[in-house]
Design a protein around this ligand. Structure first.
Ligand SMILES: Cc1cc2nc3c(=O)[nH]c(=O)nc-3n(C[C@H](O)[C@H](O)[C@H](O)COP(=O)(O)OP(=O)(O)OC[C@H]3O[C@@H](n4cnc5c(N)ncnc54)[C@H](O)[C@@H]3O)c2cc1C
Ligand SMILES: *[C@@H]1O[C@H](CO)[C@@H](O)[C@H](O)[C@H]1NC(C)=O
Ligand SMILES: *[C@@H]1O[C@H](CO)[C@@H](O)[C@H](O)[C@H]1NC(C)=O
Ligand SMILES: *[C@@H]1O[C@H](CO)[C@@H](O)[C@H](O)[C@H]1NC(C)=O
Ligand SMILES: *[C@@H]1O[C@H](CO)[C@@H](O)[C@H](O)[C@H]1NC(C)=O
Ligand SMILES: *[C@@H]1O[C@H](CO)[C@@H](O)[C@H](O)[C@H]1NC(C)=O
Ligand SMILES: *[C@@H]1O[C@H](CO)[C@@H](O)[C@H](O)[C@H]1NC(C)=O
Ligand SMILES: *[C@@H]1O[C@H](CO)[C@@H](O)[C@H](O)[C@H]1NC(C)=O
Ligand SMILES: *[C@@H]1O[C@H](CO)[C@@H](O)[C@H](O)[C@H]1NC(C)=O
Length: 597
C-alpha cells in the first residue's frame, strides 16, 4: 500500500477473451477436472500454469472477479493508476472489525477481486525478504526444501529480470548473480530517472553509512541497507500473475480453463464415510444467482488468499468446533488454527517538503505535464508513468542496545533480517502527509516488518457469501509500536545528512517536542495495514500441535485438499509479500506435480 490517488482516471475497457470463460456454459468437461484451483490470484495462476504444463492434467481455475484483460489502468505502473485499481469494482469491499491498536478505528481491508488477485492491483514492489526468513520456514516446517538456498531456484522460476523502460545502464544498481532472466513474471529497476533527487539519495548512503549504507541488491537474502527499488514491471507495464502466468500462449492450452465471476462458497466431501479421513472432491460455487458443483478427480487447491482461504475452510466445516457449532455449521474436520495467527505489518507515510523541483509533484500538480506524460506512456510505455513512485528502499534493524530487545523477544528471523522498512519516493502523498498539498516532497513510507502482534479471520454467519470478520491485530504488541517510533526517528535521521541542508524544509507532520504518548497517539491514528497478511492457514511441521497444512501444503488430517497462497506462510517475511508468495506457489506446484507423477 502506498500513495493515495492524485487524480481519478477512468477505466477504459473491460472484456473477457476467448480462452477465458465468462459463463459456466462456455466450459468443457461437464464441470469435472483433475485439479480445481480456487482463486485466480497471485499464487493460483502459478499453480494453474505449472499443472497444465502436463498435457494429461486438466485444470479449472474458479475466480470470483472479472478479467484483467483490457483494463487500461491495470497496465500503467504509476501510483495514481494503481490507486484506481483499488476501486470497489475490483475489490471484495472488506472492512476490519474495530482495531484496538489503531485507536478503535475500522479500516477498509483491500483484497483484490480480479484475475491476478493482488498482483493485478498491488504497488508492484518486488522484495524477497531475508535468507533468515526462509531458513526459519525450513526450521518451523522441518522441511529443508523451504530454506533460502533451496527456494532461490523457485524465485528464479518466477522471475524474468528485464531491462528498465529507459534502458539506462544498470551496472552497480543490482547483482545479476541473484536474478534470473528465464522466469515468467517480469522484474526490473525503475525506468525513469530523477537525477538531482537520486544524487541526494546516493550521497546520503555515503554520509550515513552505518544506518543507510548502500546495498547493491536488497533481494540477495541480505536486505539491510539502502538499494535501488525493483518492481514487477516489464516493458513499462505491470507484470501480474494474470499477464504472465495466464498470458494467451498459456490460456490457449486445451487443458487449462479459467472461469470468471465464479465465487466459491464451500469445498465438499462426498460419498459414504468409510474412513475417518474426510476426502474433499467437490467445489460449490455461485455464478450470478445459480449454485453449481464442480468435481475434482485429483485435488482441490485453495488459492483464495489470506482472507478468502480461511473463510472458505470455515464455511466448509473445517475449523474450530466451538465457532462452527455456534453458527450451526456441521463440523467436517476439527482444525482450530484455521484463521488464527494472521499477521500483517503496520504502515504509515511521512512526507518531507523539499526545495527540489524535479519530483513527481511537478507532474501530478500540473495537468499539462500530466497529460504529456500520459500521452508518452500511451505512445511508447516510457516516461514518468513507468515507475510506481518509490525509487529506493532501505531496511533497518533496531539498535542492538535498544531497550525493547531487553524486555521482549526479538520477532525477527535472524541477525540479517530487518525490523524496519523505509521507502523513498520523489513526490508527495500517502497517509500521514497530504497527497493534495502543493509543493515538492520526498515521501518516506515506513513499515514495521517483523510484527509480534497477531490477528485473525473469522465468520459470524453460516452464509458463505457473507463478509468475514477481519482483525489485523496491528500494534497491539508493545514491540511493534516501539519499533514504529524508531522507524519515524530513522526516517528523520535520513534528512540530517549534510547534503540535505538547504534542500529539506521539514516534515509535513511536526514531531518536535512530541512526548512518547503523543507520538503513540499519532501512530495509532495514522497507521494502516500494509495488506501483506499471511499465516491465516499456517504451515507447520507434521507433528506440530497446531497449524493448518503440512510442509507439502496438504491440509492436515484430510485428503484431496491443498492450500497454496499467502495464508500458509507461517511467519510474515521481512518484506512486501508477493515475491515470497510467487516462490511458495512455484514450489507448491512442484510438490503437487511430484505427488501425481
Ligand atoms: C493494495 C495492495 C498493495 C500491495 N502492494 C504490494 C507490493 O507493492 N508488493 C508486494 O510484494 N505485495 C504487495 N501487496 C501484497 C500482495 O499483493 C499479496 O500478498 C498477494 O497478492 C497475495 O497473493 P495470494 O495469491 O495469496 O492472494 P490474492 O492474490 O489476493 O489472490 C486471491 C484470489 O482469489 C480470489 N478469491 C478469493 N476468494 C474467492 C472465492 N470464494 N471464490 C473465487 N475466488 C476467490 C480473489 O478474487 C483473488 O483473485 C499489496 C496488496 C494490496 C492489497
Ligand atoms: C464491491 O462493490 C462493487 C461496487 O458496489 C461491486 O461492483 C463489487 O462486485 C463488490 N465486490 C464483491 C466481491 O461483491
Ligand atoms: C499461533 O502460533 C503460535 C506459534 O507462534 C502457536 O504456539 C499457537 O498455537 C498458534 N495458535 C493457533 C490457534 O494455531
Ligand atoms: C528548479 O531548480 C533549478 C535548480 O535548482 C533552478 O535553476 C530553477 O530555477 C528551478 N525552477 C523552478 C521553476 O523553480
Ligand atoms: C505546467 O507545465 C507547463 C509545461 O512545462 C508550464 O508551461 C506551465 O506553466 C505549468 N503550469 C503551472 C501552473 O505551473
Ligand atoms: C492511447 O492510444 C490509443 C491508440 O493506441 C489512442 O486511441 C488513445 O487516444 C490514446 N490515449 C491517450 C490519452 O493518449
Ligand atoms: C545505543 O548506543 C548508541 C551508540 O552506538 C548510543 O548513541 C545510544 O544512546 C544507545 N542507546 C541506548 C538506549 O542505550
Ligand atoms: C457480523 O459482523 C458484522 C461486522 O461486525 C456485522 O455488521 C453483522 O451484523 C454481524 N452479523 C451477525 C449475524 O452477527
Ligand atoms: C521545542 O522545544 C524547544 C525547547 O523547549 C523550543 O525551543 C522549540 O521552539 C520547540 N519546538 C516546537 C516546534 O515547538
Amino acid at each position: 500500500m502506498l500513495l493515495r490517488p492524485f487524480k481519478r482516471i477512468v477505466v477504459l475497457a473491460t472484456f473477457a477473451s476467448a480462452e477465458i470463460a465468462d459463463k459456466v456454459s462456455d466450459l468443457p468437461h461437464d464441470l469435472a477436472y483433475d485439479f480445481i484451483v480456487v482463486g485466480g490470484g497471485t499464487a493460483g495462476n502459478v499453480v494453474a500454469n505449472r499443472l497444465s504444463e502436463n498435457p494429461h492434467f486438466n485444470v479449472l481455475v474458479l475466480e470470483a472477479g472479472i478479467s484483467n484483460r483490457g483494463i487500461f489502468n491495470d497496465m500503467v505502473p504509476f501510483a495514481p493508476f494503481v490507486a484506481d485499481m483499488l476501486q470497489p469494482q475490483f475489490e471484495w469491499n472488506y472492512t476490519t472489525i474495530p482495531q484496538p491498536g489503531l485507536n478503535g478505528r475500522i479500516l477498509s481491508y483491500l483484497q483484490a477481486c480480479i484475475l491476478g488477485g493482488g498482483s493485478s492491483h498491488n504497488e508492484m514492489l518486488y522484495t524477497r525478504g531475508s535468507a533468515d526468513d526462509f531458513d526459519r520456514y525450513a526450521r518451523l516446517s522441518e522441511d529443508p526444501g523451504w530454506s533460502w538456498n533451496k527456494m532461490l531456484s523457485y524465485f528464479f522460476k518466477n522471475e524474468k529480470w528485464s531491462p528498465p523502460a529507459d534502458n539506462h545502464d544498470t551496472r552497480g544498481q543490482f547483482n545479476p548473480a541473484v536474478h534470473s532472466t528465464q522466469g515468467i513474471n517480469s522484474v526490473s529497476l525503475g525506468g525513469f530517472q530523477f537525477p538531482e533527487y537520486n544524487s541526494h539519495i546516493l550521497q546520503t548512503t555515503k554520509e550515513l553509512p552505518e544506518k543507510y549504507g548502500f546495498n547493491i541488491d536488497t533481494n540477495s537474502g541480505h536486505p539491510l541497507g539502502l538499494g535501488w527499488l525493483q518492481s514487477t514491471v516489464g516493458n513499462g507495464m505491470r507484470s501480474s500473475s494474470a499477464t504472465s502466468y495466464l498470458a494467451e500462449k498459456f490460456t490457449q492450452r486445451p487443458n487449462l480453463h479459467v472461469l470468471l465471476r465464479a465465487q466459491v462458497s464451500r469445498v465438499l466431501t462426498t460419498g459414504s464415510k468409510t474412513t475417518h479421513t474426510p476426502s474433499f472432491t467437490e467445489v460449490e460455487f455461485r455464478q450470478g444467482t445459480t449454485l453449481y458443483r464442480a468435481k475434482a478427480r485429483k485435488e482441490i487447491i485453495l488459492s483464495g488468499g489470506g482472507v478468502g482461504t480461511p473463510k472458505i475452510l470455515l464455511h466448509s466445516g473445517v475449523g474450530d468446533p466451538n465457532l462452527l457449532s455456534s453458527l450451526g455449521i456441521p463440523l467436517v474436520h476439527n482444525l482450530p488454527s484455521v484463521g488464527k495467527n494472521l499477521t500483517d505489518q503496520p504502515f504509515l507515510s511521512i512526507a518531507f517538503a523539499v526545495t527540489l523541483n524535479n519530483t513527481l509533484d511537478a507532474i501530478t500538480q500540473n495537468a499539462t505535464l500530466f497529460n504529456e506524460a500520459f500521452a508518452q506512456w500511451n505512445r511508447s510505455h516510457t516516461g514518468p508513468f513507468v515507475v510506481p513512485a518509490p525509487t529506493h528502499i532501505s531496511w533497518h534493524r533496531l539498535d542492538a542496545n535498544s531497550s525493547i530487545l531487553k524486555t521482549h523477544p526479538d520477532p525477527s528471523a535472524g541477525p540479517n533480517t530487518p525490523h524496519i522498512e523505509i521507502l523513498l519516493a520523489p513526490g508527495g502523498g500517502g497517509p500521514g502527509s497530504s497527497g493534495t498539498q502543493v509543493g515538492h516532497f520526498v515521501t518516506t513510507s515506513l513499515s514495521m516488518v517483523t510484527p509480534a502482534s497477531r490477528g485473525s479471520i473469522s465468520i459470524n454467519s453460516s452464509d458463505p457469501f457473507s463478509a468475514p470478520l477481519i482483525d489485523t491485530g496491528l500494534l497491539q504488541d508493545e514491540f511493534d509500536i516501539f519499533t514504529v517510533r524508531e522507524a519515524i526517528k530513522r526516517a528523520q535521521l535520513f534528512f540530517t545528512a549534510p547534503n540535505w541542508r538547504n534542500v529539506v524544509i521539514g516534515p509535513t507532520q511536526n514531531f518536535d517536542n512530541m512526548t512518547t504518548a503523543e507520538m503513540d497517539t499519532f501512530i495509532r491514528n495514522t497507521a494502516i495495514p500494509s495488506l501483506h497478511l499471511v499465516g491465516s492457514a499456517s504451515m507447520t511441521a507434521r507433528d506440530a500441535p497446531y497449524g493448518v497444512v503440512n510442509p507439502d501444503l496438504l491440509v492436515k488430517g484430510v485428503t484431496g485438499l491443498r492450500i497454496v497462497d499467502a495464508s500458509v506462510i507461517p511467519r510474515i517475511p521481512s518484506a512486501h509479500t508477493q515475491a515470497a508468495i510467487y516462490a511458495f506457489a512455484e514450489r507448491g506446484a512442484d510438490l503437487i506435480k511430484q505427488h501425481w507423477a
